[in-house]
Write a protein that binds this ligand. Sequence first.
Ligand code: IMP
Length: 191
Amino acid sequence: MMELVFASNNRHKVDEVQSIAGDKFLIRSLDEIGCYDEIPETGNTFEANAGQKSRFIYERYNLACFADDSGLEIDALNGEPGVDSAHYSGSRDFGNNIALVLEKLGNNSERRARFRTVISLIIDGTEHLFEGSIEGRITETISGTRGFGYDPIFIPSGYDITFAEMDAAEKNRISHRAIAVHKMIGFLRTL
Ligand code: IMP
C-alpha cells in the first residue's frame, strides 16, 4: 500500500480522492499527519499555488504528497476569477462572488468558461503536475442548490443543467478535479 499526504483538510475532497484511488493507496489528510499550519498560497497561477502547497508539506515532513488548486476561468473576463476564485468579491461568501461575476458579465452573450484544477504531486523530491478542466458557460441567473462555489451559475458543455442541479455522483464523475485525480492515480499505478 502506498501512502500519500493530500495537503488539504477538506474531508470531502480527501474522501473523493480516496474513492478514486482505490485500496492500493492510503490518502492521509493534514490533520492525520499532525499538520495544523496555515499553508501559504500566494502564486499567480494554479500551478504555482499547488506547487507551493505540496513543497511546503514535502520540505517539512519528507513524505510523498500532493496538493490541488482550482478555480473558474471566464473568457469574457480575461480568465477571471481564476486564482482569485475563492475570494473574488473580497469575501469568501459564495453568494457575493457569484453576484460579482453576474454583474461583471451583465448581458454579454459571450459566456464561455471552464473550471480548471492543477495537482502538484511530489515523490522523492520530484514534482509532477496533472491538470483537469471542464468547459461550459455561465448562466444569466442562479439555478440549483447542490455543490458549492460557482456551481449554481455553471452549465457544463453537453448539459442543460448547472453543476448545482446535478447529483454529486454525476458531478464528481465529470468534474475538473476528478479528471486531474484520475490522471494522477493513473501515473501512480505505473510506478
Ligand atoms: P479550491 O482550490 O479547490 O479550494 O477552489 C478554489 C475556489 O474555486 C473555490 O472556493 C470555488 O470558489 C471555486 N471552485 C473550485 N472548484 C469548484 C467547483 O467544483 N464548483 C464550484 N466552484 C469551484
